[in-house]
Design a protein around this ligand. Structure first.
Ligand SMILES: [Zn+2]
Length: 55
């Protein structure tokens, strides 16, 4: 049996179960590397926006 990493679109957490342990939503298979890269860029963007508002 093949196990793949699944992730919850809601909580952005990874699980091997069919449902998210946090919110109970159905989880989807995803590529963790791509996911985290996008998340990183989003964080950078939000931080840049925050700094722009402060200055
Ligand atoms: Zn969830």
């Amino acid at each position: 049996m093949k196990k793949s990493i699944l992730s919850c679109n809601n909580c952005h957490i990874y699980t091997l179960k069919e449902n998210c342990p946090e919110c109970g939503n159905k989880v989807f298979s995803s590529k963790p590397a791509k996911f985290s890269i996008e998340d990183k860029y989003l964080k950078y963007r939000l931080k840049a926006k925050e700094n722009a508002l402060r200055n």
